[in-house]
Design a protein around this ligand. Structure first.
Ligand code: NAP
Ligand code: HSE
Length: 435
């Protein structure tokens, strides 16, 4: 059988998983590719570091990128280093030296997709990126190939395994935030800098990629409204549970009258709905197409082998020539005209959960409901708890669930309530969804 010589750049969590699949399951991969994927080189920074692969063939590991760039036999490279630089420069070097690239680096694509895809197209090369969103879930292939008879109407998803792992550890096992994050790092779910995981940046980068594929919009991910885990506390998780909801970091892309709403926000999702049931490092995405209706994708969104599964599938498709066809037809990140306009976040409509710590005095509740009424916000439920032993003296928590209203009215009302003398400045406002 013919050989395709392949290389790996970056032998961390994902790169090591890719090497394992190539070395341990070569026959299986060859059956699907119609050719052998022959691991020729693997680039690392530190040659002395243990990669956890006992029978690694000698001569493959290198700390010299030139050995890959100058090797004319190598045609497909899995680019598995994170961040922007030197990842961007290395990807350009790989394309310029005639390699087709497979990557999992969503930060790089969300920021420099236009430049990288233009360069690949002009050089006649390809970039495959299934692993950049949803880890092992084949969401990119589904959107770019299987939904093409549809106008996608909405995409809603849990797209970050680390933050979902932290949330479920905190809510279901009572683990504190720092320990849950440390475990996510140890298990290989988190980015090298986990700030991107927990502040919603990683989810927003993935949303920007999905929105581009599904709706053709080319948006700077930093322009998408984003909130992360810092915008609520364990107490909100507990109050949400009492109300019959779970908090999840939700990415939303929704067409409304041919305009697009995009945001990433911790959201109370009604218990029993599929997205509320997503636990641990799992991700899930609901896609609604005008012909196909609702679809639900669920699987491990982070971790070594699920991500390696997506990377190696892309390597097989690239070696077999399938990537080339889709890559050229799709004209990804090109300057194609897009008619869809963004809906500013403040104009979006939603239901809200609001939590305040208020003085336990006459008239406070009526002040707060008065403010909501003056902003035309209708209350769906309101709960004022008795003070507990651990409460501050004369302070009680107040939780309000609203009916639908605009984000701008909800924010203005929230700020006006926060400014009341009888209300503590530490207060919270989260979106709510029933499905
Ligand atoms: P990682 O464990 O931090 O591994 C990155 C590897 O890149 C390290 O082994 C590092 O080498 C190597 N590296 C960095 N700069 C290099 C350079 N200049 N030259 C050679 N090697 C270099 O990261 P990861 O978790 O595998 O993630 C890799 C990519 O996949 C990231 O873009 C990430 O966002 C994405 N991703 C990760 C997951 C996941 O679950 N982990 C899932 C989906 C996507 P040394 O080991 O020698 O320092
Ligand atoms: N750090 C990312 C996550 C890896 O936790 O989801 C997968 O993209």
């Amino acid at each position: 059988m013919e050989k395709t010589h392949v290389a790996i750049v970056g032998m961390g969590t994902v790169g090591t998983g890719v090497a394992r699949l190539l070395l341990d399951h070569g026959d299986r991969l060859a059956r699907h590719a119609g050719r052998v994927l022959w691991l020729t080189k693997a680039l690392v920074r530190d040659l002395s570091k243990d990669r956890g692969i006992a029978d690694f063939p000698s001569g493959i590991l290198t700390d010299n990128l030139e050995e890959i760039l100058e090797n004319k036999q190598i045609s497909v490279v899995a680019h598995l280093i994170g961040g922007i630089e030197p990842a961007r420069t290395i990807m350009l070097q790989l394309l310029e030296s005639g390699k087709d690239v497979v990557t999992a680096n969503k930060a790089l694509l969300a920021q420099h997709g236009g430049e990288l895809f233009d360069r690949a197209r002009s050089l006649g090369r390809t970039i495959a990126f299934e692993a950049s969103v949803g880890g092992g879930i084949p969401i990119i292939a589904n959107i770019t190939q299987c939904f093409t008879a549809n106008q996608i109407i909405s995409l809603r998803g849990i797209l970050n395994g680390t933050s979902n792992f932290i949330l479920t550890q905190m809510s279901e096992r009572g683990v504190d935030y720092d320990r849950a994050l440390a475990t996510a790092q140890r298990l290989g779910y988190a980015e090298a800098d986990p700030t991107m995981d927990v502040n919603g940046s990683d989810t927003t980068q993935k949303l920007a990629i999905l929105a581009h594929l599904a709706f053709g919009v080319r948006i700077d991910w930093k322009e998408i409204y984003r909130q992360g885990l810092e915008s609520f506390t364990i107490e909100d998780i507990r109050y949400a549970e009492k109300l019959g909801y779970r908090i999840r970091l939700l990415a939303t892309a929704q067409l409304i009258d041919d305009n697009l709403e995009l945001h990433v926000s911790p959201t109370l999702i009604r218990n029993g709905r599929p997205l509320a049931e997503v636990r641990g490092p799992y991700n899930a995405i609901t896609v609604v197409g005008d012909a196909v209706g609702d679809m639900f994708f669920h699987g491990q969104g982070a971790g070594q082998m699920p991500t390696a599964s997506a990377v190696v599938a892309d390597m097989i498709d690239t070696a077999a020539g399938r990537t080339d066809i889709t890559f050229r037809r799709l004209q990804l990140w090109s300057d194609r005209q897009c008619e869809i306009e963004m809906i500013p976040y403040w104009k979006t409509i939603g239901r809200y959960y609001m939590r305040y710590l208020v003085a336990d005095e006459p008239g406070v509740l009526s002040q707060i409901t008065g403010i909501l009424g003056s902003h035309r916000i209708s209350i769906s439920s309101i709960i004022q708890h008795e003070p507990t032993e651990s409460s501050e003296p004369n302070k009680v928590p107040l939780i309000i669930m609203t009916h639908e209203c605009s984000e701008s009215e909800a924010s203005r009302a929230h700020e006006a309530i926060r400014a009341l003398q009888s209300v503590d400045s530490e207060c919270y406002k989260l979106r709510v969804t029933e499905g």
